[in-house]
Ligand binder design. Structure first.
Ligand code: SAM
Length: 279
């Protein structure tokens, strides 16, 4: 009986083609098949590397059907490399379902380290000393986006967001209103010719981006974590309550939420709530 093949999860460059690792290039050349999010896109990378391995599509929306086909090939003993358009597969990319399918069917999975917009930004941000969380894309709809941001209000760890240039200003406005004027680091077009890395505050970034005639390119941001959990002062409470009021919460619900989330004194929070809701 043929022994099953292996699924290699292979990161590819997020812009600069020199960022492919020597091992990734070797695996791409050695496997029987490459499962790619966009075969035309990956063909360009392969031709740059002088690799002629056959390609098969594996893209979002068709994961179930294409995954079964790839699983059958793996069972027949073929080794497959999974790649996405850029960066590490399964990081806000199709891939997770195929990886899971392989685990569930006893197929060996070998993930390779390599480029990703998340780690590239985090390493250049200077904000993630004690760790970070990865959130990925915020919802496109304003209401859902605000709910997600609200859920991160008290997160101590900084968190990484992917964002489209079209929605950047809306998202920055929501981040400012909901989370306050924190430190933020934006990476745009990382590793590419027009690469940009900005560490500043949310309000300054908002002003700078709004002043540009157009913002283009691929964007990743890391938003600093909450500083208010340990000892919350009156000013912090005022800002948090104002933010919750802007979110449409009643004073009662906002006071209840902060008392619960911060574990502070209800009467102290209530006193500041009266100030915030007085006009
Ligand atoms: N799997 C990829 C990774 O590991 O980075 C991410 C895939 S996700 C579909 C694509 C998003 O990643 C883009 O919309 C952008 O937010 C971010 N991104 C990708 N390349 C980037 C770059 N060169 N500079 C900044 N952000 C980038």
């Amino acid at each position: 009986m043929t022994s099953p093949g292996t699924l290699f999860v292979v990161p590819t460059p997020i812009g600069n083609l020199e960022d492919i690792t020597i091992r990734a290039a070797r695996i791409l050349a050695e496997v029987d098949l490459i499962a790619a999010e966009d075969t035309r896109h990956t063909r360009k990378l392969l031709s740059h590397l002088g690799i002629a391995t056959p390609l098969q599509s594996y893209y979002r929306g068709q994961e179930a059907r294409q995954g079964q086909r790839l699983l059958a090939e793996l069972h027949q003993g073929k080794n497959i490399a999974l790649v996405s358009d850029a960066g590490t597969p399964a990081i806000s990319d199709p891939g997770t379902r195929l990886v899971r399918l392989c685990h569930d069917h006893g197929i060996r999975v070998i993930p390779l380290p390599g480029p990703s917009a998340v780690t590239t930004l985090v390493s250049g941000s200077g904000l993630a000393d004690a760790g970070y969380a990865f959130v990925g894309f915020l919802p496109a709809k304003a209401g859902q986006r605000r709910t997600v941001l609200q859920s991160h209000l008290f997160d101590v760890l900084p968190f990484v967001l992917y964002e489209s240039p079209r929605r950047l200003l809306d998202s920055l406005a929501d981040i400012l209103a909901i989370l306050g004027d924190r430190q933020i680091c934006l990476g745009r077009e990382l590793t590419k010719i027009h690469e940009e890395l900005i560490l500043t505050t949310v309000s300054d970034l908002q002003a700078e981006m709004a002043a540009r005639p157009v913002v283009k390119g691929e964007i990743v941001m890391i938003v600093d974590g909450s500083k208010v959990t340990a000892a919350v002062g009156g000013d912090d409470l005022y800002q948090l309550l104002t933010s919750l009021r802007q979110q449409g919460l009643s004073m009662k619900d906002a006071v209840q939420k902060l008392t619960h989330d911060l574990g502070g004194s209800r009467s102290e929070i209530y006193k500041i709530g009266i100030e915030v809701w007085k006009d």
